[in-house]
Design a protein. Sequence first.
Lengths: 278, 319, 337
Amino acid sequence: MTMRKAVNNLMLALCGLCAFLTVSSLFLILGYLIYNGGKSVNLDFFTKLPLAPGEAGGGMANAILGSAEVVLLASIVGLPVGFFAGVYLAEFGSKTFSFVVRYTADLLNGIPSIVIGIFAWTVIVVPMHHFSALAGGLALSLMLIPITTRSTEQFLLEVPRSMREGALALGANKWRTIATVIVPAARKGIMTGMILGIARISGETAPLLFTSLNNQFWSTGLSEPTATLPVMIFTHAVAPYDDWHRQAWAAGLVLLALVLLANIAARMVISRGVSLPK
Amino acid sequence: MATSSAAHPAKLAKRRFGGDEVAYCFTLLFAVSILVITVFLVWELWVHSSPARGKFGLGFLTSSLWNPVTDQFGALPFIYGTVITSALALLIAVPLGVGAAIYLSELAPPRLSNTLTFLVELLAAVPSVIFGLLAIFTLIPLMREYFEPALQSVFGSLPLFSGHIYGVGYLTAGVILAIMTFPFIISVSREALMAVPREQREAALALGATKWESTYDAVLPFARLGILGSVFLALARALGETMAVTMVIGNDPKIHASLFAPGYTIAAVIANEFTEASGDTYLSSLVELGLVLFALTMIINGLAQLLIVLTTKKGSAKA
Amino acid sequence: MKTFVVTGLAILPALLASSAMAADTINAAGATFPAPIYQKWFGEYKAAHPEVQINYQPIGSGGGIRQLIAGTVDFGASDMPMKDGQMGDMKVKPLHFPTVMGAVVLSYNIPNVTAILKLTPDVIAGIYLGNVKSWDDAKIKAANPGVNLPSKAIEVVHRSDGSGTSFCFTDYLSKISPEWKSKVGVNDSVQWPLGLGGKGSDGVEGLIKQTPYSIGYVELIYAVQNKMSFADVQNASGSFVTPSFKSVSEAAANSKEMPDDFRVSITNAPGKASYPISTFTWLLVPSHIADPARKKAITGFLGWMLTTGQKDAEGLSYAQLPKAVVTKVQKQIAQIQ
């Protein structure tokens, strides 16, 4: 009996250790990033442009704006497509076709981001003869679409049947029911899905490597290359200059703060449940 | 009723052929666009890899020669690197992750469990490039100064642990991938464990089992499929991971026996060499590598989905 | 929901406005070798001519050539002259414009060793072939008496991307080592017998800085800016030469006559004071630029670069172009239609 007890205590302790190790790795990451990034973030970082290699100082203002530009573009394209596709799957779909669409959306979701980058390069950059923020934004939208589709569908399906039937009984036709009753009821969840999706793509680097490339100045338009935070972190981290490392930490902190805040906000919204009218 | 519909035929027609049909077609359009995009993507990969496929055929997958000077390209070092780093990641992450999941589902008080799970899931949101940034300045020196020499002093006679220690290499990439896949394994395994009916545990405990025995013998077998699904999910993520791996793998397109040696993965070589691949053969070889990666992740993801669906449908495995 | 849409719509006009107001960007990409001076030049030129914004991305010489061929950049940059085959396929032939000259140095990181090492061609080839494995190898010790070399393995670092710096280095190695010539060859991207790959000269220098007992080849300014040691190399005449803009200029002066298309190699040059691993670096500009505004901007920059721009070279450890070459290059500007 004591042997079994010993084994029991050992294994349970080990499991506790595993939990401790995995959770603490998160805290270590956050802590180290906050420490190094906090030292490096200053006003210059948000307002100045990057300087030539080896010159100390400067900032990543163009990268912050560039990231915003690219993510905004991706959202403008990706969110509506994902939303309406999700509406189709939840409300109108037929059995086999819906299965095919769902499977394809999951497939698209699982494609490595570097392969998405290749696709965007062959389809947008080469014909345009230009690296561009447009190509970067569209590449990111390809990643946003499946996420939005699945989460929209999921939250629409959670709306209770009683609400649909109530609306239909009152004489509303299908699209009216969807637009005025079902979607508003599911809006919290749908928005959460969108926020999480946007947070995810704002941290993606690989699709931007050969689409929006990079830019040492302000981007002058959608058809020009632009600096983005993730790409800047990459180039600055592998470089030898200590000043660039400092800036990479600052950029990492800013990016991580944005992503984590979006995630925490979204999850808190969703934990309050789907909103139902009183 | 008849009079009103006869008196207002226009309204009826508008209701029947107006909104609903339009809404249906409108949303259908977007759903179809997903299919179109995906098919187009695969087609583009296929077309742009055709020079390489024509030149090398299936030999591409077994050749380990990557020589831009002589225009000879083979995928084996990259497939090897991708598989090895992912395997290492799973070797580290699965025991730790499942152990943590067991703790979170069986042992921890509910509020602690929920908070910790929330935190772990946040880890999933951290962008890959930030893991890479951290790895360069923390993990690589740790591996080079302490961890790898320690391993070498104990296991140095094995080819896996012999050879030069750089800090960058397969093992470091495996470790950073493991950290990145923890959240998937923990989150999905925990849900699989929590889905096991309480009766199972209580039955075991009633028969005199210790908590561990009840978990190991009664609960785990039930959750087995779900846990396996989480493993496949993590594997799919690890295979396609680009930035963090590129920053720590060492960029050497060769096959090395030692885990301490630098290597290359499919995603990393595409990221590094795509913008400068001059010549059709070189570029199409990289695209073909992308195609191979796509196929790999498609298969693994498909298996993962299958397992997760099986678990939720059947309610779990046989005893 | 509303706030989200409103903020999105608010940012959009700002973005569009910024793109309308700003100058038209000229995009260039290529070598990391001259990136410090190019980015300084483009910044200075923009300050003097605000309507000309040249965005230069250092993606490696191979990348510069590739993107020029694909037409995704307005001009490229490379330390490796384009091959006849590469130029032959292009509809618009590119012109090579030499900008500066530089030195490829062997930068190393040996803890507790601050002396400047002297490396013979034999040793350099040996290290990169894997024949010379340890820092206290007899051959290294022979050339560096009095230096306390540790008996640690040499960690070799090379470029992982297509690099003109690699081209210059392998060109040099092929000239001084028949074994290298037959086993590996000359190119911007070769099958390295061993070592870690860094992306760009900055990636290589980054690896050297982080990895004790490592050695790698980078452009001089990267080693200088990062206060890393770099070796004196024995040249064809037998003397050990310190890399600097002076010894690079010597190499150029002692090399053969500059050909009309400016594609020339100056590695392993004769002369007592010549640094053997020197190279020109070029801007690859199409001989025909359709847009008149762009043509004016690019030709204007080239003229500025050959006169005012050259003054920045020595401060960043690059060598100015020889006067005779400058005159020749100025004539080539007129060839851009």
